[in-house]
Design a protein around this ligand. Structure first.
Ligand code: NAD
Length: 274
């Protein structure tokens, strides 16, 4: 195999949410294969730490402190990444967070926040990145992070699931509209992943072993990062508009893979649904 297919030497990436978790792992992996990385995060210290690690690997890097939920900041985040790295070839967007509430009790504010936090911001930042790539006439690749919750439903998980399902269709639309500009857009749908925010507590690991995820274990942020690298590299040169499940077989198990929901809808983000 031509191993240069997954090398990104001389390319520039913006990783949004790159200060922690899947974004951090992806920023590091992209740097390992030769890519310059701008690390955007609302937490300045995290962005600086990960950008410094990228620099230690010998790659161009820049920390960018910004809030992707502030529409005015979104174009500035893309502009600063381009200015720091001299262009933009890759966008990886990992910001997002699960919430839980029965539909009958759900407040419109929660619904709106989930759509913004998981879906709307990606539309805005991918639009900015695409405008830049189109203006420069350079090809590009983008990946956002959806969820298995966007591919199937679960009790008390509707607003998050709808937002993540929105990403599944949004990447299709972007892929179709931007293919003439040689821009590919895909999504990753992680299953249950151990992250700093949702760690692999003994209880969570036990629940995973007892549950119906075929591989009987949590995934790692590095396993999500490897999927991101695949999708933004030339290994995936003919892949666009698709959502890649990274869930240890969760989707293969279909509805049976959904962990049972405790009574009263008191499910929280540590309960395995994400
Ligand atoms: N952990 C799981 O099991 C799981 C499963 C499926 C999907 N997901 C999805 O994976 C994605 C990444 O999850 P994670 O656990 O790595 O996330 P995380 O919360 O650990 O990291 C997200 C990063 O984004 C940053 N961030 C948050 N709000 C921001 C904002 N407004 N502007 C800029 N940066 C902001 C945070 O500071 C953090 O560094 C999310 O979209 C989540 O919904 C997670």
């Amino acid at each position: 195999m031509d191993t240069s297919l997954f090398q990104l030497e001389g390319k520039s990436a913006l990783v949004v949410g790159g200060g922690q978790g899947m974004g951090e792992a992806t920023a590091r992996l992209l740097a390992q294969v030769g890519c310059g990385v701008a690390v955007a995060d609302i937490k300045g210290g995290s962005a600086e730490r990960v950008a410094a690690e990228v620099a230690d690997m010998g790659q161009p890097s820049a920390p960018i402190v910004g809030d992707v939920l502030d529409d005015d900041q979104v174009p500035r985040i893309v502009e600063r990444a381009e200015a720091a790295l001299g262009g933009l070839d890759v966008l990886v967007a990992t910001v997002g967070q699960a919430s839980f509430a029965p539909l009958v009790d759900m407040k419109p504010e929660q619904w709106d926040r989930d759509q913004h936090f998981n879906l709307r911001y990606f539309f805005l930042i991918a639009r900015e990145a695409a405008r830049s790539m189109i203006a420069r006439g350079t090809p590009g690749a983008m990946t956002c992070v959806s969820s298995v919750a966007g591919l199937q439903s679960a009790p008390n998980h509707a607003s998050y699931g709808v937002a993540k399902a929105g990403l599944v269709n949004l990447v299709r639309s972007m892929a179709v509209e931007w293919a003439p500009h040689h821009i590919r857009v895909n999504a990753i749908a992680p299953g249950s992943i151990a992250t700093p925010r949702i760690p692999a507590t003994p209880e969570r690991q036990e629940r995973t072993r007892e549950g119906l995820i075929p591989t009987k274990r949590l995934g790692t942020v590095d396993e999500v990062a490897k999927a991101a690298l695949f999708l933004v590299s030339d290994l995936a040169s003919y892949v666009t508009g698709t959502t890649l499940a990274v869930g240890g077989g969760w989707m293969a198990a279909s509805i049976l893979g959904v962990p049972s929901v405790p009574d009263g809808g008191k499910l929280d983000a540590t309960a395995g649904l994400t």
